[in-house]
Design a protein around this ligand. Structure first.
Ligand SMILES: CC(C)(COP(=O)([O-])OP(=O)(O)OC[C@H]1O[C@@H](n2cnc3c(N)ncnc32)[C@H](O)[C@@H]1OP(=O)(O)O)[C@@H](O)C(=O)NCCC(=O)NCCSC(=O)/C=C/C[N+](C)(C)C
Length: 372
């Protein structure tokens, strides 16, 4: 088990999980992934457990930060050292994401503060995704030369219209209203309500998951937690969303340039800062994911992540991976000056993108072959 995950089972049958790594915004390491998987499986199979809830510890105590994703500093170090645990991490984290998406009992995620990357992976599959006025939600991976994994292709591709492409390509950070509007949250609560909600979970009286769910809905309704965005909140300018309907990255860039509004200009500036190669890959990922089951999408992600860290098809070693460079710039050297290769969106060719979608494994040997 991990000292960075606190687990408890309340007398009324609720499994409560607290991520306790506030100094790294509860970033997930392999031990945490394993602790979560083990607890969730045990509670799934325990008939006396009726629901599960998860929160993070922030710098001032419980709540305030949910999870900033996988431990990117470990990825960097492990990739350079050829550490085999990196591959285990990918497989086990995606399997955990699948477990949460298919969990047979109410899974309640308190997504207060930062919810990014792997943090979305341990919340988006839940039955109840609770956001607050402090929520900062994103799939920011193109900023580190990666792609929105942890089932990101699955849930982004299910957002309305072309919002998923917008979120995945730009890594935009959104708040509670946008999350509600785009199907990435179920309820918005005042952050001040969360401590008493956590306590209430241990007091609701229910003898089955369905009865617990009904009692929890009644509790949230009584607390006045919203299930819709504030009227009139427009989370994304229409011309920006329309641009992301273009068939390819060149078309998106052209549409943003043609729109000429402040919102379009800002979006284009952001897009040009992201990893050009991964912007192209992510557009393909999200478009392909629309027609995929969750399990197939996760298998595609497993292929993609292998190629990101082992870009042999680009004639590069792991040390020359875009992801290693992106993490170096953001979290290791912190110079925020990634040297992307290719450097411009216009220099990426289909021949660089297509190999990402070829699996390095035959189906019978795929690391996620048993995920259904
Ligand atoms: C914008 C962020 C989240 C917050 O910015 P801030 O300025 O409020 O806080 P700061 O950057 O100073 O962060 C505080 C410390 O936490 C460390 N940190 C933050 N995020 C991570 C992380 N994901 N892994 C490891 N450590 C993290 C940060 O280095 C600071 O530590 P020190 O004080 O310097 O010691 C900003 O932190 C940010 O942009 N973080 C990265 C967010 C991100 O890219 N998330 C996605 C990661 S990829 C992922 O989740 C995929 C996983 C799947 N798989 C494993 C299969 C690839």
């Amino acid at each position: 088990m991990s000292e960075l995950v606190h687990l408890e089972r309340t007398p009324n049958g609720v499994g409560r999980i607290t991520l306790t790594r506030p100094k790294a915004l509860n970033a997930l390491d392999l031990g945490m992934v394993r602790a979560l998987t083990q607890a969730l499986r045990a509670w799934r199979d325990d008939p006396t457990v009726v629901a599960v809830a998860i929160r993070g510890i922030g710098k001032d105590g419980p709540f305030g930060a949910f999870c900033a994703g996988g431990d990117i500093r470990f990825f960097h170090q492990a990739a350079l050292a050829g550490d085999a645990r990196l591959e285990d991490f990918f497989t086990e984290e995606y399997a955990l994401n699948h477990l949460i998406h298919t969990y047979p009992k109410p899974y309640i995620a308190f997504m207060d503060g930062v919810v990014m990357g792997g943090g979305m992976g341990i919340s988006q599959g839940g039955r109840w995704r609770i956001v607050t006025e402090r929520t900062k939600m994103a799939m920011p991976e193109t900023n580190i030369g990666l792609f929105p994994d942890v089932a990101g292709g699955y849930f982004l591709s299910r957002c309305p219209g072309h919002v998923g492409e917008y979120l995945g390509l730009t890594g935009a950070v959104i708040g509670a209203d946008a999350a509600l509007a785009w199907g990435l949250a179920d309820r918005a609560a005042p952050a001040a309500d969360l401590p008493r909600a956590w306590d209430a979970l241990a007091q609701l009286d229910a003898d089955s998951p369905a009865a617990f769910d009904a009692a929890w809905v009644a509790w949230m309704d009584a607390a006045g937690w919203r299930s819709a965005p504030v009227a009139g909140a427009v989370p994304l300018a229409s011309e920006v969303q329309a641009a992301f309907a273009a068939p390819d990255v060149a078309g998106i860039v052209a549409a943003l340039e043609a729109a000429g509004t402040d919102a379009a200009r800002h979006t284009l500036t952001v897009l040009r800062q992201r990893c050009p190669l991964m912007v192209h890959v992510v557009l393909q990922q999200i478009r392909r994911a629309r027609g995929m089951t969750l399990a197939d999408e996760l298998r595609m992600e497993r292929d993609l992540v292998r190629h990101c860290f082992h870009p042999h098809h680009l004639g590069r070693s792991p040390a020359q991976s875009e992801t290693v460079e992106g993490i170096r710039a953001l979290a290791v050297d912190k110079d925020h000056q990634p040297r992307w290769n290719p450097a411009r969106l216009e220099d990426v060719t289909p021949a660089m993108v297509e190999p990402f979608f070829v699996s390095p494994w035959p189906a019978y040997a795929h690391p996620l072959r048993d995920v259904a």
